[in-house]
Design a protein around this ligand. Structure first.
Ligand code: SF4
Length: 458
């Protein structure tokens, strides 16, 4: 039977459609694969139907993410027929092949070479030394003005609800010079904001015993503080994600107070009750986090803290949950995400008892969200009347119906808001704004999640 998607005609570049599911860490993997494909002369197709081959980068963290990944594979098969699967779910290929035996190849997380080999087998690259040029910044799936920078792979922690260490292995940090070179290349290509990610950013370099590497005629140690400081010297916004409250994290707060690194910390606390944290086997669970947060804010009053929490973890009592709410009241975090506990196949937490009934999880989730909504709104209100630096993410021209007829309406973020997960600033401006531009905005109003203001300078 003739293939529905024959090899592309001579002279036409082979086209690949790409679906990226999951967390920012998976997005970085996708960007690397796409960059390599583009460098080899492949074109990207916006739709599966218009492509010669589809690649699906899956997420396997939660059962719901696996369901979403399987649905994406099914869609790619229906619309294209030639599908290569990669990513976290690829660590357990039978889950995919039992449902979709027609998938052409399944490769695991970070196996760039295997994905590329599979693509080459099905859809050989067209060699054209004049056309196969890689733009200096690679091909970013995120908007051009911000980029994720992955500083390590894997994780040495063993949180009982998580299978990432099983899927991704132990911590493997990149040498500091390697990370810095990538950051410099991104900035040279127009990136204004670097989002530092890994499974555990504060553990960076421990596996390398903090070994130094040569960068611009000096030695930089693979150490959280040294890397943050040196990244901060490159002239872009630097935002730190997935930081645990270990004592050495305190050292980075003065860099934030001095404006070298954004005054922003994404700390996945997950809970506050000691017994729940113990059962979760969370790193740095013993640290006095409330005292630590208060100290951070003394040093850097502008600090924004975002976190995520899990409610309904096995054994979480009403008293544990109330302790979490009281902790949130005192901690006054700026942004909070909350998940109802979900069993992940292969995680040790599945053996813990008693399970919290679904209805109780749901009720606790609503109570936490409403408690935090009041706290976040209170913290946002404090920004009304201040001037904030805002990076512009989206621009729309104002029409006659707009309050600032003839001006520009845009969306941006303060230094305290990360893209995709935090709030935005709705910005009015008399003069046109460009994507990635950083403007000074007077904040006039706050609602539950977002701010509203007018540009007063650049
Ligand atoms: S720190 Fe815990 S939750 Fe995060 S990746 Fe490591 S084991 Fe998983």
């Amino acid at each position: 039977m003739a293939s529905r998607h024959p090899t592309p005609a001579i002279g036409r570049a082979p086209k690949v459609s790409f679906v990226s599911l999951g967390c920012p860490k998976a997005l970085v993997d996708s960007e690397r694969i796409v960059t390599r494909l583009r460098a080899e002369g492949y074109e990207l197709s916006r739709s599966h139907a218009g492509a010669d081959l589809a690649v699906v980068n899956t997420c396997g963290f939660l059962d719901s993410a696996q369901t979403e990944s399987l649905a994406a594979i099914g869609k790619a098969l229906a619309e294209n027929g030639k599908v290569v699967v990669t990513g976290c779910m690829g660590a357990e290929p039978e889950k995919i092949t039992s449902r979709y035996p027609q998938v052409l190849a399944v490769t695991g997380p970070h196996q760039y070479e295997s994905v590329l080999e599979a693509v080459h087998r099905v859809l050989p690259p067209r060699h054209d030394p004049f056309l196969d040029l890689l733009p200096p910044e690679g091909i970013k799936l995120t908007p051009r003005h911000y980029a994720y920078l992955k500083i390590s792979e894997g994780c040495n922690n063993r949180c009982s609800f998580c299978i990432i260490p099983k899927l991704r292995g132990v911590l493997r940090s990149r040498p500091a010079a390697d990370v810095l070179r990538e950051a410099e290349r991104l900035i040279g290509a127009g990136v204004k904001e670097i989002l530092v990610i890994s499974q555990d950013t504060s553990a960076y370099g421990t596996d390398l015993k903090y070994a130094a590497s040569a960068w611009k005629g000096r030695e930089v140690q693979a150490r959280f503080l040294d890397l943050a400081r040196t990244l901060g010297e490159l002239g872009a916004w630097v935002r730190l994600h997935y930081v645990y409250p270990y004592p050495h994290v305190d050292e980075v707060i003065p860099l934030m107070a001095d404006g070298k690194v954004l005054p922003y910390l994404d700390v996945p606390f997950q809970h506050a009750a000691p017994e729940v944290l113990r059962r979760m086997r969370r790193p740095a669970a013993q640290e006095k986090t409330l005292r630590r947060i208060a100290r951070w804010r003394e040093i850097c009053p502008d600090l924004s803290i975002r976190s995520t929490f899990i409610v309904g973890f096995p054994g979480e009592s009403e008293a544990d949950f109330r302790l979490l709410l009281d902790w949130l009241e005192e901690a006054e975090l700026d942004r909070v995400g909350c998940f109802r506990y979900e069993a992940v196949a292969g995680a040790r937490a599945n053996e813990l008892t008693p399970a919290v009934p679904e209805a109780v999880k749901e009720e606790r989730w609503h109570r936490l969200m409403s408690c935090q909504q009041t706290i976040s709104a209170r913290r946002l209100k404090r920004k009304v009347g201040t001037r904030q630096q805002v990076i512009i993410d989206e621009v729309r021209s104002g029409g006659r119906s707009q309050p600032n007829a003839g001006g520009t309406i845009a969306k941006g973020r303060t230094r305290g808001d990360a893209p995709e997960i935090d709030g935005v600033v709705h910005v009015a401006s008399r003069r046109p704004l460009r994507l990635g531009e950083i403007a000074t905005v007077r904040i006039e109003r706050a609602d539950e999640y977002d701010l509203h203001g007018t540009v007063v300078g650049f």
